[in-house]
Design a protein around this ligand. Structure first.
Ligand code: SF4
Length: 386
């Protein structure tokens, strides 16, 4: 029995590795890969490496051997998402509009599809922030292209994700407005990445740790924990606290939102204001929570939802081990990485600070809204088209 869960039947989904190989073989294309946090905690399982051995540096080495020109870390995109989403949360708190609160996270496309199809009256509660890899794709085809001195029309962005739903997300027309085609050209899963390693006969034992590419090579521990249920909430609260008080919280101040329970509720006092937060994973748990919110049985300010039980670490594109659920093990690997990061707050990432100074100006600026936010009302679910 397979117990890897995917809200969009990911086990039977298409294989996009040929699209990647075609791009790699096209001399006119500049191929850029970005690697999601949850992937680094899982890819080694399929090639005989422990979590400690299966580093993102070895993934970078393997991708370059396969012909990828630049390798970036989606954790940078996660830090960017936190800058925008935490700022948006603070603005919504001030407005206190019942059509917008509680604010729901929007980085899980399985959840966004669920809400649009099952509770369309609540779509205005979704954060307008794009998911980390979409934000990063938009930045790669604008700011990074400028920095590298390359033609954005030649850039081919592939996202390596734990997720199958993101294959649909990167094709949503109104999410792709960076000015150089789609933000992300193709999404491949962790399993497809491993399939590529095998197809190209990459000798795993010869891989060494290679650095990621400039100009966006830094990521914070807050970006790393996005791959675990509760990680987005924890990362957002770390920065929201700083934005409101001007001081960093202890990086572990919000750790009570961690853990594999399907629904967790916590409240925190920030600057004298009590914030009620809920973290839910799995669509059955999500439905129960939304029903309780609709009935007025519970009240929250901020809600994180991940469609896969345990969050992206247990995503539908991850390696499958019959009879074993790996989400908790992989989440622990991510929390260990966070614990040992020198920078654990997204707003302290020096490359994020530089991006705002040189290009975006500030969170929620006109340019940030254009590149990093989306209109969830701007597209129909397939069943809504007729
Ligand atoms: Fe994809 Fe993560 Fe959502 Fe699962 S929880 S559908 S892996 S974004």
């Amino acid at each position: 029995q397979c117990i890897t869960h995917c809200p969009v039947n990911g086990l039977h989904t298409r294989d996009d590795t040929e699209i990647v190989f075609d791009a790699l073989n096209d001399p006119d294309k500049i191929c850029i890969a970005q690697i999601a946090p949850a992937v680094r905690a899982a890819w080694g399982e399929s090639v005989g490496l422990s979590h400690d051995q299966a580093t993102v540096g070895k993934m970078a080495c393997a991708l370059r051997r396969m012909g990828v020109d630049y390798v970036f870390d989606t954790d940078f995109g996660a830090d960017l998402t936190i800058m925008e989403e935490a700022s948006e949360f603070i603005e919504r708190l001030k407005r206190a509009d019942s059509n917008e609160m509680p604010m729901f996270t929007s980085c899980c496309p399985g959840w966004v599809r669920f809400l649009k199809s099952q509770y369309p009256d609540m779509v205005s509660h979704l954060s307008t922030s794009k998911s980390p890899h979409q934000m990063f794709g938009a930045i790669i085809k604008t700011y990074v292209a400028e920095k590298l001195g390359v033609d954005p029309d030649k850039i081919f962005v592939m996202s390596i994700m734990p997720c199958v739903a993101k294959k649909h997300e990167c094709d949503i027309p109104n999410i792709n407005d960076a000015g150089a085609g789609k933000d992300v050209d193709v999404v491949i899963t962790t399993r497809e990445f491993v399939r590529m390693l095998r197809a190209e006969h990459v000798a795993i034992e010869t891989l060494c740790d290679e650095p990621l590419d400039q100009p966006v090579s830094h990521a914070s521990g807050a970006g790393v924990i996005f791959g675990a249920t509760g990680g987005v909430m924890e990362a957002a609260l770390r920065s929201a606290y700083y934005f409101v008080t001007g001081n960093n919280p202890d990086a572990d101040m919000f750790e009570s939102v961690r853990g594999m329970e399907g629904c967790k509720a916590q409240s925190f006092i920030i600057n004298g204001q009590r914030l009620s937060c809920a973290v839910v994973s799995g669509l059955g748990n999500t439905r129960k929570l939304i029903e309780a919110i609709c009935k007025g049985d519970v009240h929250y300010d901020f809600v994180e939802v991940m469609a896969c039980p345990g969050g992206c670490s247990g995503g539908g594109g991850q390696p499958i081990h019959d009879g074993k659920e790996m989400a908790a093990v992989r989440a622990n690997a991510l929390y260990q990485l966070d614990k040992h990061e020198a920078i654990r707050h997204s707003h302290e990432n020096p490359d994020i600070q530089k991006l705002y100074q040189e290009y975006l100006e500030h969170p929620l600026s006109e340019k940030a809204e254009k590149l990093l936010h989306t209109d969830h009302f701007g597209w129909d679910m397939p069943s809504q088209k007729n």
